[in-house]
Design a protein around this ligand. Structure first.
Ligand code: THU
Length: 126
């Protein structure tokens, strides 16, 4: 299987693990390092709603925890007809590691790849 298929499959598969009893919304994310390793994340909600963490950040933090800091693409999957772009908080957190990350959104109606620079222009950087 080629890497982009593998990345898409990983995002779809991990969405099934979402813990989302409050929204009922399942998100899966898979991020690939420059060296070709894939890390995944799903959204994890909490009854104290503000403590919920998005799938994208969990995928990224999993990868960083494993020692990676260079990423080329993230795939975000939802089992929906509409495409969902990453929230603002996740855009900022992803931009920390690669402001030009490729962001691929997959839903039941297809997929779209968009550069993070377009999703979050003029991002905050120290
Ligand atoms: N969610 C994500 O996982 N990623 C996003 O980019 C936006 C929202 C999750 C958080 C919450 O569990 C549910 O989707 C509804 O907001």
């Amino acid at each position: 299987m080629d890497k982009s298929k593998e990345l898409a499959k990983a995002a779809e598969k991990v969405a099934l693990n979402a813990y989302s009893p409050f929204s009922g919304f399942k998100v899966g994310a898979a991020i690939i390092t420059e060296s070709g390793e894939i890390f995944t994340g799903c959204n994890v909600e909490n009854s104290s709603y503000g403590l919920t963490v998005c799938a994208e950040r969990i995928a990224l933090f999993n990868a960083v925890t494993a020692g990676h800091k260079k990423f080329s693409e993230i795939v975000i999957y939802t089992n929906t007809d509409k495409a969902f772009y990453p929230c603002g908080a996740c855009r900022q957190v992803l931009a920390e590691f690669n402001p030009e990350l490729e962001v691929t959104i997959i839903c039941n109606n297809g997929k779209e790849t968009i550069n993070l620079q377009e999703l979050l222009p003029k991002q905050f950087r120290l």
